[in-house]
Design a protein around this ligand. Structure first.
Ligand code: SF4
Ligand code: SF4
Length: 201
């Protein structure tokens, strides 16, 4: 376990009042359980939404710290993973931003480094996954390869409304404390930038 990361995360919960990772994902995970009970699942899909075909997931500092904490807890943060993250960044030019005007940037797609091919391909536990991943699901039984899948924006907004204030305080604290100059980045870039800052503490 990375003690500096663990201490920082504990600080967000105890000093900044941030509800824990599991609680802040509970509405999303309850929704997934509900879908499963109605036979709506991803079992017949290759996991297309986690590949370069449609994945452009980005994480803010808190979600990145949570993912980093999960990887460290499970002894998965190592040189092999760092090399994989760098390869994904290089192959998909994730560290190169394209401005699209009005202050927004083009979101590049990439195959997630935590994806193992096939159904149930994500190797991150649901309590630690990015919100956007949990909010993207099949909508009907038998859906596969994105045939009837979507981001449940209403549900994602409901989750955000519940925790927006506390998450903003914690994100701002992390940005200031670690000197982060970004709000959201593709997961591989966000993880490496966070690692660099945490190591220098
Ligand atoms: S959400 Fe859709 S595209 Fe993604 S794994 Fe499930 S069925 Fe496949
Ligand atoms: S974290 Fe998991 S669900 Fe999200 S893009 Fe990566 S493999 Fe897919």
């Amino acid at each position: 376990m990375n003690e500096k990361a663990e201490k920082l995360y504990t600080q967000l919960i105890s000093d900044k009042g941030l509800p824990g990772n599991e609680e802040r994902r509970s509405v999303l995970n309850e929704n997934m359980e509900n879908l499963l009970s109605r036979d709506i699942n991803c079992f017949s899909c290759t996991g297309l939404c986690c590949t370069f075909v449609s994945n452009s997931m980005q994480t803010d500092p808190i979600q990145t710290l949570e993912l980093y904490t999960f990887l460290n807890k499970n002894e998965r943060w190592n040189e092999d993973l760092i090399s994989d993250l760098n390869e994904v960044i290089r192959n998909n030019r994730l560290d190169y931003e394209i401005q699209t005007g009005l202050g927004s940037t083009f979101r590049r797609t990439y195959t997630c480094p935590f994806f193992n091919r096939g159904p149930k391909g994500c190797s991150i536990d649901p309590e630690w996954k990015p919100f956007g991943c949990l909010g993207f699901n099949a909508r009907s039984p038998g859906a596969s390869e994105g045939s009837d899948c979507t981001s449940d924006m209403e549900l994602l907004e409901r989750r955000e409304d519940l925790y927006e204030e506390k998450e903003e305080i914690s994100n701002n604290y992390l940005k200031e404390y670690l000197g982060l100059d970004w709000d959201k980045l593709p997961m591989p870039v966000a993880l490496l930038r966070l690692d660099e800052k945490i190591k220098s503490l």
